[in-house]
Ligand binder design. Structure first.
Ligand SMILES: Nc1ncnc2c1ncn2[C@@H]1O[C@H](COP(=O)(O)OP(=O)(O)OP(=O)(O)O)[C@@H](O)[C@H]1O
Length: 731
């Protein structure tokens, strides 16, 4: 064959390549250029390996050779880089195949698998065994060859799999094994039945066409074959493992991100760290790449807060570059609402107040009126979630409103009194020249709805938007062609109404990523009732790329056994939620006093001097505790910075924040402090235990979610501490 060639890197091959000396990695980058240009250049020593119809070797460096799998035509896949001396040894222990179930190309170097597993065994042998242990038995002897093959396990690995004795060995194997083999083994190990694994793991990634196990060209194009596509991908993978998310999506992630147009709103759910945000970013790139060329920002990417919007902007630029990013409006949901209201010159001179400030204002008003029937928090929640949340405009509508899940029943007379108080409160805020974010969202939703109705009326009258715009100067064009929402579980009904009105119903209108287990602002909605119908277009991710199995188990324990919604009228759960990462169990430590706990925080962070301070965070339940931790760390000469609405005030420091501030973030090591009874959940909810049990349960559940979010931000290590009595949510 003459001329150039295509060279791709196979997923997982990078794991071994990353261990090679730096100069060899540099040489691989040079090599790929030369190979692409002319694989037959004499300097490359390109030749077929004996006994392997499809396997070739080529020179990368004086001491290293690349192993390349030929996938038809001029397509080659880089599957390994080996020391020159080892290339011709054990050629019979190198296996590759097209997986008959997934149809993906798989490569297995049995020698390297054995070495990696052996390394775990010798590490273990070096540790003194505290108590005599029973002789190990294989984790997978209960499964037959046929069962494992039907589930999509790679045949070449069966021998090794039956020798796996410990979870640690299993995790080493799955880290290097083809994706489907790893996923199946972990699910079986986690106790799922063969039928469940077939249903939940294998079937979703099974090939849609019939698999010809000799047709490598077709196999290369299937989502189950995870390879790099761009030339630059290889460099990024070789530079840092950190960038894997940009290149190797899990087949389930890939299917969602590159799905052909969805006929309407689509939704992806999944536990923390399963890559919902990553999928949303890839989907944005996919949508932008299918837009007509232009300059307009046709895709809206929105999330809950400012800090996360800034993070999305950074990650989208990393993933897709400025040409894609310039077509995307990235803004947090309340800012979007504010912009819409400001554009309509409708109240834009007002200042916002947050919920805590709004509750104080309720309290001040109730004190002035000597009104004791309802407390300030109840009234604020009723106004925010029921009246504004459901966009109730009149007293009569409020009388009719269903207050599903909102707590104690209130009579017609109560509603009349509450309505009166709300009117008075709203006037009070008007006079002060302030309003809450929720009022802004509700106003924005109305404005967008109004705009939508006008657009539809003009369409019905067959007046084109252009003509209307020319003649009246008013634009009723939809603002965006596609809307992508992250952290969807925390958006309120008014936010959804605004988004729904903003974009006409149609293919790829809304793409929604969220997890109800992480809802921390009490905004439970049913998307269907808000005109967002996701039936038949929802997906679930179950593999966590962030947290270790140990942290994940502890976090699930925190959630208890309550019920969780699917952002619609259905239920969601964390069945199948798993991780391939392994680490220490979360440490639990109690102290007699908060002062002693603060000393414990300082001591622990001093011990963690092997990593950068910015990889460490301390999370506390209450605002005043943030300053207290910051001060104590400062006194110990440890740089600390609190996390504000825009993110950490200083980057190169230990970050300290309330649990709410950690939404969507991740850290290598975390201390979750103050997890004491009375703080988690806050003691104030006890007043509702008898008077309003529904509200009590709702608030307790929200507090569980908050702790769940905090615990799942940690990648490697989490330490949970308290003073006095530990929180009832802890084991
Ligand atoms: N396919 C992948 N390969 C490698 N890393 C990945 C992949 N998908 C996600 N990750 C990594 O996993 C981590 C979590 O991803 P992401 O933030 O998208 O999860 P999430 O589901 O949105 O989490 P949360 O709900 O907790 O906010 C990130 O560090 C991300 O880079």
């Amino acid at each position: 064959m003459q001329g150039g060639a295509t060279l791709r890197l196979l997923d997982k091959a990078d794991k071994e390549i990353l261990k090679l000396p730096r100069e060899v990695k540099g040489a691989i980058y040079e090599f790929q250029h030369r190979f692409r240009k002319d694989p037959h250049s004499p300097a490359l020593h390109f030749k077929q390996l004996k006994g392997h119809a499809q396997l070739y070797s080529a020179r990368v460096h004086k001491d290293y050779r690349a192993l390349l799998l030929h996938a038809g035509g001029s397509e080659y896949i880089l599957v390994a880089v080996k020391d020159r001396k080892d290339v011709y040894e054990n050629l019979d222990r190198i296996k590759y195949q097209i997986n008959p179930v997934s149809g993906g190309i798989e490569f297995i170097d049995l020698v390297s698998f054995e070495e990696n597993i052996e390394a775990t065994r010798s590490d273990k042998a070096a540790e003194p065994a505290p108590v005599p242990v029973a002789p190990p038995s294989s984790l997978f002897t209960a499964f037959t060859r046929e069962q494992l093959l039907d589930l999509g396990v790679s045949e070449a690995l069966l021998g090794l799999i039956w020798k796996i004795n410990t979870e640690e060995e299993l995790l080493v194997l799955t880290d290097h094994a083809p994706q489907l083999t790893g996923d199946v083994l972990l699910a079986l190990h986690d106790g799922r039945s063969v039928e469940e694994v077939l249903d939940q793991i294998t079937t979703p990634v099974a090939a849609e066409d019939e698999v010809d196990t000799t047709d490598y060209a077709t196999a290369l194009a299937r989502p189950a074959t995870q390879v790099t596509t761009e030339d630059t991908d290889l460099r990024e993978v070789l530079e840092d493992d950190f960038w894997r998310w940009k290149i190797f999506l899990h087949p389930t992630q890939l299917k969602i991100a590159e799905h052909r147009p969805y006929s309407g709103p689509a939704r992806v759910t999944g536990g923390p760290g399963t890559g919902k945000t990553i999928v949303a970013l890839h989907r944005v790139r996919h949508l932008v790449e299918r837009l007509r060329s232009g300059e307009s920002k046709d895709v809206l990417l929105t999330t809950f807060n400012k800090n996360l919007a800034a993070d999305l902007r950074r990650r989208l630029l990393d993933l897709a570059g400025p040409d894609v990013a310039k077509r995307v409006e990235i803004v947090n949901i309340d800012k979007l609402a504010t912009q819409i209201v400001a554009q309509a010159a409708d109240g834009d001179r007002r200042r916002w107040i947050d919920d805590a400030r709004a509750v104080q204002e309720w309290q001040a008003m109730l004190d002035e009126l000597d009104e004791r029937r309802w407390d300030a928090e109840f009234l604020h929640a009723e106004w925010s979630h029921v009246i504004l949340g459901m966009a109730i405009a009149t007293r009569a509508d409020y009388f009719r409103a269903r207050r599903a899940g909102r707590g104690r029943n209130i009579s017609r007379a109560d509603r009349a009194a509450i309505w009166q108080l709300v009117e008075r409160y709203v006037k009070r805020l008007d006079t002060m020249g302030v309003w809450t974010y929720r009022q802004v969202a509700e106003r924005a939703a109305r404005l967008e709805l109004d705009r939508k109705l006008k657009r539809e009326a003009f369409e019905a009258a067959q007046v084109s938007s252009e003509k209307l715009h020319r003649e009246s100067g008013i634009s009723h064009h939809p603002r965006y062609k596609h809307i992508v929402v992250d952290e969807a579980q925390d958006l309120s009904a008014a936010h959804w109404k605004m988004l729904r009105a903003m974009i006409p119903e149609g293919p790829d209108d809304l793409f929604i990523a969220g997890d109800s287990h992480q809802r921390i602002y009490g905004n439970q909605v049913s998307l269907g009732s808000l005109g967002i119908n996701i039936r038949g277009r929802s997906h679930k991710l179950t593999l966590s790329y962030r947290t270790t199995r140990e942290i994940l188990r502890a976090a699930q324990g925190v959630l208890g056994d309550g019920e969780w919604d699917d952002l619609d009228d259905g239920r969601d759960d964390l069945t199948g939620y798993r991780s391939v990462l392994h680490g220490a169990r979360p440490a639990l430590q109690g102290y007699a006093t908060w002062d002693a706990e603060l000393d414990g925080i300082v001591e622990q962070i001093r011990e963690w001097d092997d990593i950068a301070p910015a990889a460490i965070a301390v999370c506390v339940p209450e605002r005043h505790m943030v300053a207290e931790v910051e001060n104590r760390l400062g006194r110990a000469r440890i740089m600390a910075a609190s996390i504000g609405p825009d993110g950490p005030k200083v980057h190169e420091a230990v970050h300290v924040g309330t649990m709410h501030r950690f939404k969507g973030l991740e850290y290598q090591r975390m201390i979750i402090a103050g997890v004491s009874e009375g703080l988690v959940p806050a003691a104030r909810i006890e007043q509702y235990a008898d008077s309003d049990p529904l509200r009590y349960r709702r608030e307790e559940k929200q507090a569980r979610s908050l702790l769940f979010v905090a615990v799942t931000r940690a990648r490697d290590t989490v330490r949970i501490t308290w003073h006095g009595e530990p929180s009832r949510f802890l084991p």
